[in-house]
Design a protein around this ligand. Structure first.
Ligand SMILES: Nc1ncnc2c1ncn2[C@@H]1O[C@H](COP(=O)(O)OP(=O)(O)OP(=O)(O)O)[C@@H](O)[C@H]1O
Ligand SMILES: [Mg+2]
Length: 204
């Protein structure tokens, strides 16, 4: 069951956006990138294969980051330089506590960069005063195809206004609240079922 402290309150929850292809997911990331500033923290939530890294690729494209953005699963964090802003891309899948995040010494990068953290819900929010949580859900059912439902959840006062300025704010989305209550549990960061990602990397 979803831990309330990790998901935030349900009332006023923004409507999900339907994203039908990987390229549309990248376009959404690029659109968000236009509004990003140094110090911004974006937490990417959703199950394995949801499209978190694909979204990060779009943010990288929007920031003008040269070179490919790939999953930082084994390096845990990678800072991409050379774009409008540095992009720190973190995979917190194997990290179990905020103390392990602290031990990564991300603070200096977080201040000057845009930081995207996959699997970071409930672990990394203290790295910044506010954050944006992007919840990606995979609706079930054959008719859903490859469509993902993406909910942008502001955590902190400034994000709601910034999303509204981008046209990504709280408003009725396509299909209302979405089929199957999709999006509702994407932020839930249960470690259950993570073993299919293979063994943990060897310690450096
Ligand atoms: N609408 C869509 N949006 C994003 N990705 C999609 C979509 N439809 C299909 N895909 C595919 O789903 C996969 C998403 O992979 P990705 O690595 O981004 O997932 P992830 O959420 O980062 O997973 P992990 O938790 O393992 O890091 C890609 O192979 C992508 O091509
Ligand atoms: Mg990923």
């Amino acid at each position: 069951m979803t831990a309330p402290e990790r998901d935030g309150p349900r009332p006023g929850r923004p409507a999900p956006v339907a994203v039908e292809t990987p390229e549309s997911m990248r376009a959404l990331g690029a659109r968000l990138a236009a509004a990003l500033r140094p110090g911004d923290l974006v937490v990417l939530a959703g199950p394995l294969g949801a499209g978190k890294t694909v979204f990060a690729q779009g943010v990288g494209r929007g920031l003008g980051v040269p070179g490919p953005i790939t999953s930082p699963t084994f390096v845990l964090a990678r800072v991409h330089e050379g774009g409008r802003l540095p992009l720190a891309h973190v995979d917190a899948y194997r990290l179990g506590s905020p103390e392990e995040i602290d031990a990564m010494d991300l603070d200096a990068d977080v201040e000057r960069a845009v930081t995207l953290v996959e699997w970071g819900t409930g672990l990394v929010e203290d790295l910044a005063r506010s954050s944006l949580r992007i919840e990606i859900a995979r609706p079930s059912g054959a008719e859903a195809g490859e469509t993902r439902l993406v909910t942008l959840v502001p955590d902190g006062p400034d994000w709601a206004g910034r999303l509204a300025a981008l046209g990504l704010g709280d408003r009725p989305g396509p299909g209302g609240s979405g089929p199957d209550g999709a999006g509702q549990d994407a932020g839930h960061d249960s470690r259950a079922g993570r073993s299919d990602r293979g063994p943990a990397p060897a310690a450096p």
